[in-house]
Design a protein around this ligand. Structure first.
Ligand SMILES: Cc1cc2nc3c(=O)[nH]c(=O)nc-3n(C[C@H](O)[C@H](O)[C@H](O)COP(=O)(O)OP(=O)(O)OC[C@H]3O[C@@H](n4cnc5c(N)ncnc54)[C@H](O)[C@@H]3O)c2cc1C
Length: 304
């Protein structure tokens, strides 16, 4: 470990952090592209997370946060700063109608746990492959529902590392947007206040949603889901299809034949293949329909 990285943990309890070196971004992201993350830290508690962010900020150390990596593209040249991961924040518990999940719990896992406890509200999140933290950051949603419409209490941390509790109103949720994106806050844990329901009916709804995904989405290929946001009054997939772009390729990245809103990795694509393809799609759609497609997928190289 480099001395500058070792010094980051001066005075900290080493048992509170899982440290790994030279992780491949292809193994950390659903697009399966990108180079190597030189140094990755997974805090094991929200308090340890806050202390680390405080230390990184005080020292001016470059860092990035990654959840389950299902809405990002990682740089081909890799990353030499500190990659902070939420994969060790994985506690989940249910008390009466409140499901409490730490940031690294998968939405899929939370939805199944809620169903088993006969709690309704998270059905739409079944099949969204990200984490609770990434889902809150992106205000993930599907089938006309999104996380931000639920009754939530979120344990958060600001960019200075101070822990604070936020209500939904504090989070400024809107379509694929939140305070976590706007102000660089972190979501560390969330209480979902759910409604009692019928476990069988909840399961049937979840299965129906998953079936619709299987029928309409190219789930057999690596991707980050819908690449572009839905422009007001349009569907990105339809605009892309109408511009004649279905099946168009750059290197091993392709506009899916099954769902034109998905850019997919046919195998061995680089992040540059995907970003070049995304730029081509944006330019051709603008030319064809006059609509500007805005990315939903985050480029880690931009720190955006
Ligand atoms: C096949 C497929 C289908 C998908 N379907 C949907 C869908 O139906 N609806 C939908 O909304 N999305 C969908 N997605 C996209 C993605 O799953 C969601 O955006 C998800 O919420 C991202 O979570 P993540 O943990 O993977 O976040 P990441 O991809 O790791 O990160 C995304 C952003 O969130 C930030 N972030 C991560 N964790 C935190 C945290 N704890 N606190 C603050 N910021 C954080 C990261 O820094 C980054 O900017 C799909 C993706 C795939 C591959």
């Amino acid at each position: 470990m480099k001395a500058e990285h070792r010094r980051l943990f001066d005075g900290f309890d080493p048992d509170q952090y899982l440290i790994r070196e030279n992780l491949s971004f292809a193994s950390l992201t659903s697009f399966r592209t990108g180079g190597t993350a030189a140094f990755a830290v997974s805090p094991k508690t929200p308090e340890a997370f806050g202390k680390l962010i405080c230390r990184l900020t005080e020292r001016g150390t470059d860092y990035l946060l990654l959840g389950h990596g299902t809405n990002v593209l990682a740089p081909d040249e890799g990353y030499t700063g500190v990659l902070v991961l939420t994969d060790q924040l994985n506690e989940l518990k249910i008390t009466e109608n409140v499901l409490s999940a730490q940031a690294g719990v998968l939405l899929h896992t939370a939805a199944i746990a809620a169903q088993k406890a006969a709690l309704s509200g998270l059905e739409f999140a079944y099949g969204i492959p990200g984490s609770v933290g990434g889902g809150l950051c992106m205000n993930a949603g599907a089938f006309e529902h999104s996380l931000g419409e639920l009754d939530l209490r979120i344990l958060s941390c600001d960019p200075a590392g101070r822990l604070l509790t936020l209500s939904c109103a504090d989070c400024d949720f809107s379509y694929r947007d939140s305070i976590f994106l706007q102000k660089g806050y972190f979501a560390l844990a969330c209480e979902f206040h759910l409604k009692p329901g019928d476990a069988d009916a909840i399961k049937a709804q979840m299965d129906a949603y998953l079936e619709r995904r299987k029928q309409t989405q190219p789930l057999e290929y690596p991707s980050a889901g819908s690449f572009f946001k839905r422009p007001k009054g349009h569907f990105a997939g339809r605009l892309i299809e109408d511009a004649g772009l279905k099946g168009v390729r750059v290197g091993a990245a392709q506009v899916s034949e099954k769902h034109a809103g998905f850019l997919i990795n046919l195998g061995g694509a680089t992040t540059k293949d995907v970003t070049d393809l995304a730029a081509l799609v944006q330019a051709r759609v603008k030319e064809h329909s006059g609509v500007t497609l805005e990315r939903e997928v985050r480029y880690l190289s931009d720190h955006d």
